[in-house]
Ligand binder design. Structure first.
Ligand code: MN3
Length: 251
């Protein structure tokens, strides 16, 4: 464990340098967004995901104003942990090289089993979900992310309404997404179960910037049937800086 954790810290430090390097190009990106609304094809993603859970970046009670401590603990240590375990099982059974990014599997998910689809999606989506929330989150995004949102959805409030509606209207279990499509346009959509926009068999396709988990396991203990109340509170912990980093990795 010690070695894994040391390696991860080194990796994160390297990732942080990449983020800073990408950030330096932000001014040009901003003016491009303002002038034509299309993102430029960039230098690829620094957002690759591996096949094991990363440490939760805050305490289980860190998001208490939106998500209670028991829900966080069960969600992370039981639900998300099971996706990761089952993903690795499927990877062994189906000959997937776990040294490669999980994104490679998602992009060709139709080649694999239903077990791979459910658990590769489940693991990826939750890794994204934890990082896109923070005890210091909430408020509004800034910079190029805010500009892109306002340009794509008229206003930040209108964006929030559309994203919340995507979550509320997802029948049964699934996710609502803010994502960037191949033309670098910002879009909102939703997927059933543990599917996501990276999957080649998804109705919506692109790179996810922000994902909202609307499975009942994400909110039932505090909110029961009141999914809309959960979504409303969820905004208060969104880590816009991380969403900005994901956008920067794509432009
Ligand atoms: Mn979940």
């Amino acid at each position: 464990m010690q070695n894994t954790s040391t390696t991860r810290r080194t990796f994160l430090a390297e990732s942080a340098k990449t983020v800073l390097a990408v950030g330096a190009g932000m001014v040009a990106t901003g003016s491009l967004l303002q002038s034509c609304g299309i993102f430029k094809k960039g230098q690829g993603s620094n957002m690759h995901t591996d096949f094991s859970q990363t440490e939760l970046p805050y305490a289980y009670n860190g998001l208490e104003r939106a998500i209670d401590v028991q829900t966080m603990e069960i969600h992370y240590t039981k639900h998300a942990a099971a996706y990761a375990t089952n993903l690795r099982e499927a990877a062994v059974a189906e000959g997937v090289d776990m040294k490669k990014p999980l994104e490679d599997v998602l992009e060709k998910i139709s080649k694999y089993s239903a077990k791979m689809r459910n658990n590769a999606g489940g693991h990826y989506n939750h890794e994204l979900f934890w990082k896109s929330l923070s005890p210091d989150g909430g408020g509004k995004p800034q910079g190029t992310l805010l500009k892109a949102i306002e340009q794509s959805f008229n206003s930040f409030d209108s964006f929030k309404t559309q994203m919340a509606d995507a979550g509320k209207n997802r029948f049964g279990s699934g996710w609502a997404w803010l994502y960037v499509d191949k033309d670098k346009k910002l879009l909102i959509g939703s997927t059933p179960n543990q599917d996501n926009p990276l999957m080649n068999l998804s109705d919506i396709k692109g790179f996810p910037l922000l994902g909202l988990d609307v499975w009942e396991h994400a909110y039932y203990l505090r909110y029961q049937n009141r999914r809309a109340d959960y979504i409303n509170a969820w905004w208060s912990v969104v880590n816009w800086k991380y969403v900005q980093q994901r956008l920067d990795s794509q432009v």
